[in-house]
Design a protein around this ligand. Structure first.
Ligand SMILES: C[S@@+](CC[C@H](N)C(=O)[O-])C[C@H]1O[C@@H](n2cnc3c(N)ncnc32)[C@H](O)[C@@H]1O
Length: 467
C-alpha cells in the first residue's frame, strides 16, 4: 500500500507503518530538522511545508497547496498526526490555530486529494471531543468514509508507556466501527513495563528496603503524581520535559520509590527507545536537549503505528473479518420474533460466512454490500437456500447497525442540550418555530458548526478553483 505521511515529524508513525509493510512514498512536515532525521533513517522522499502568519502560527494553506502533488502520488492511504498543542491536556485547552490543521487534514483528504481508500489520523484523546474534530468528522462522513474511532493505549501495543492516543481510521464505503474488533484483538492482555522492554539495566536501585533487583528513575509527573517510578511499570506519557530532573518545583510524593534528589531521570537514548525508536536510530547532529526530546515526545510509538498498520493491511487483503458483536446476538434474541438457540447459531454462522466471502468488508450501504456478495468468488456455486440465508444475515446485521446508529445519534443530540441554560434553550425553541416552515431542525451547536463548515468549504473552493 502506498502511504503519504502528513505531519511526519522525526518518523515514529512512518517507521511503524514501514515495518507493517507500507511503502511511504512521501512525508511532509514544517520542521527541517525532523525531516532530516526522517530521511536519514527511513530514506523517505520528504518535503518541507512551511508557512506561518504574523503570530508565528502554522497556516492551513500549507495543506491545500500540497494537495495536488499528493493526489499525483496516488496514495492508497494518507496518515497524519496534526499538531496537538491546542488539544493536549498537558498544554493549553483552548482550540487555537494549530487545531485548525486537524480540519486542514480532513479537507485535504476529503475534498482536495482525490480521496484515498484509507486514512489514519492520530491525536490526543481529548481531540475527539472538540468542535474542530466534529467538523473534520463531518467532512470525512460526507466524503463517504466509514470511521473507526478508538483510543488506544501504547502499553498494550508494544511500548512501555501509558500513552493513550485517539485514532480516527477511515475507509471509503465502510460502515462505522469496521476495524474495532481487529484492533482490540491486537492488544496485549497486560501492559508492557519498562523492564519488559529494555531489561534490568535501566534506572538505579532506589535504596531503602527494596529488593535487590528493584530499579527506579525520575520522570516529571503531572501535578500531584509521583515522579520516582519503578521500571516494573509502564512509564507515563513521554513529554518534552521527560529528560529533566526534579527541580525546585518538585515535592516528594508518598508513592515515590525513593528520594527524588538521589534518583536521576532516564538518559535521552533510553527515552528514545521507550518511545520505540531502535537503539541505532540516528538523531544526526541534533543535541540531546529539548529539541531532540520534543521530536521523541511528539512521535507516535512505532510499535503502536505498526499494530494499526498491520490491522489495516490484513483487512485490506481480506485476511480478517470483524468479530460479531454480542449486542447483535442480544438484539436477535429480543422481541416477538426473537431467534432461539439453533436459529441464532445459524444466523451467526451465516454472517461469518458472508463476511468471509466479502473479504472482511462491512459496507455502509446494504444494497452495495449484497451486490458485492453476489459477485464474490464462490457465492454463485452455493445452493439457492444458502445464498438466501447469507443475504438475510447481512440484512439483519445492517438493520441492527441502523438501529444502534439512530439511538447513538439521539443520545448525542440530547447531550448537546445538556448544560444549556433555560434562556438558551428557549431561544433555540423560538428559532425552531420560526424555521419550521423550512423544516430545518434547529440545534444551536450543529447550526454553528454547519455555518463554519460552509465558510471553510467556500474558502477551500476559492483556493482550489472549484465553484
Ligand atoms: C505530533 S507531531 C507528529 C509526529 C509524527 N507523526 C511522528 O510519529 O513522529 C506534529 C508535527 O506537525 C508539524 N507541523 C506543525 N505545523 C505544521 C504545518 N503547518 N505543516 C506541516 N507540519 C506541521 C510539527 O513540526 C510536528 O512534527
Amino acid at each position: 500500500m502506498r502511504a503519504v505521511d502528513l505531519f511526519c515529524g522525526a518518523g515514529g508513525m512512518s517507521l511503524g507503518l514501514k515495518r507493517a509493510g507500507f511503502d511511504i512514498v512521501r512525508a511532509y512536515d514544517a520542521n527541517d530538522e525532523a525531516l532530516r532525521v526522517h530521511r536519514a533513517n527511513l530514506g523517505t522522499s520528504v518535503e518541507r511545508v512551511f508557512r506561518v502568519d504574523r503570530h508565528r502560527k502554522a497556516d492551513l494553506a500549507n495543506l491545500l497547496e500540497m494537495a495536488p502533488t499528493i493526489a499525483q502520488l496516488q496514495p492508497d492511504i494518507i496518515v497524519g498526526g496534526p499538531p496537538c498543542q491546542d488539544f493536549s491536556s498537558a498544554g493549553k485547552r483552548t482550540e487555537g490555530r494549530n487545531a485548525s490543521l486537524t480540519l486542514g487534514f480532513a479537507i485535504a483528504i476529503a475534498i482536495v486529494t482525490a480521496r484515498p481508500t484509507w486514512f489514519v489520523m492520530e491525536n490526543v484523546p481529548r481531540a475527539r471531543k472538540t468542535q474542530t474534530y466534529s467538523r473534520a468528522r463531518a467532512l470525512f462522513v460526507k466524503a463517504g468514509y466509514g470511521l473507526t474511532e478508538v483510543v488506544l493505549d501504547g502499553s498494550r501495543y508494544g511500548t512501555p508507556q501509558m500513552r493513550k492516543r485517539f485514532f480516527s481510521i477511515g475507509r471509503l464505503g465502510e460502515a462505522d466501527g469496521f476495524l474495532e474488533s481487529a484492533l482490540a484483538d491486537a492488544a496485549a492482555p497486560r501492559r508492557m513495563s519498562v523492564r519488559d522492554a529494555l531489561g534490568d539495566d535501566v534506572g538505579i536501585h532506589p535504596g531503602g528496603n527494596h529488593p535487590l533487583e528493584a530499579r527506579a528513575f525520575f520522570m516529571r509527573p503531572y501535578t500531584g503524581h509521583s515522579g520516582v517510578r519503578s521500571i516494573d511499570l509502564p512509564c507515563p506519557t513521554l513529554l518534552r520535559s521527560a529528560h529533566e530532573g526534579p527541580q525546585n518545583w518538585y515535592k516528594d510524593h508518598e508513592r515515590d520509590m525513593g528520594p527524588s534528589a538521589d534518583i536521576p531521570p532516564l538518559p535521552m537514548d533510553v527515552l528514545s527507545r521507550i518511545q520505540g525508536f531502535p537503539a541505532d536510530w540516528n538523531w544526526l547532529d541534533i543535541p540531546a536537549s529539548r529539541k531532540r526530546m520534543l521530536m521523541i515526545a511528539n512521535a507516535v510509538p512505532p510499535s503502536l503505528a505498526e499494530a494499526v498498520g498491520r490491522a489495516i493491511l490484513a483487512r485490506a487483503r481480506g485476511e480478517t473479518i470483524p468479530t460479531t458483536e454480542k449486542a447483535f446476538d442480544k438484539w436477535l434474541q429480543k422481541g416477538r420474533k426473537g431467534l432461539k438457540d439453533q436459529a441464532l447459531r445459524n444466523r451467526r454462522l451465516n454472517l461469518k460466512k458472508a463476511r468471509r466471502l466479502l473479504c472482511g468488508r462491512v459496507l455502509a450501504d446494504i444494497d452495495a454490500e449484497i451486490a458485492l456478495l453476489e459477485k464474490a468468488e464462490g457465492f454463485a456455486e452455493l445452493s439457492v437456500r444458502s445464498r438466501s440465508e447469507l443475504r438475510g444475515a447481512l440484512r439483519s446485521h445492517a438493520k441492527w447497525r441502523t438501529e444502534v446508529a439512530a439511538v447513538k445519534a439521539l443520545k448525542a443530540e440530547r447531550k448537546q442540550y445538556d448544560g444549556m441554560t433555560k434562556a438558551e434553550f428557549n431561544a433555540g425553541a423560538r428559532e425552531d418555530e420560526a424555521r419550521e416552515a423550512d423544516h430545518v431542525p434547529f440545534n444551536p451547536r450543529v447550526a454553528a458548526s454547519l455555518q463554519a463548515t460552509r465558510q471553510n468549504m467556500r474558502e477551500v473552493s476559492s483556493t482550489v478553483g472549484v465553484s
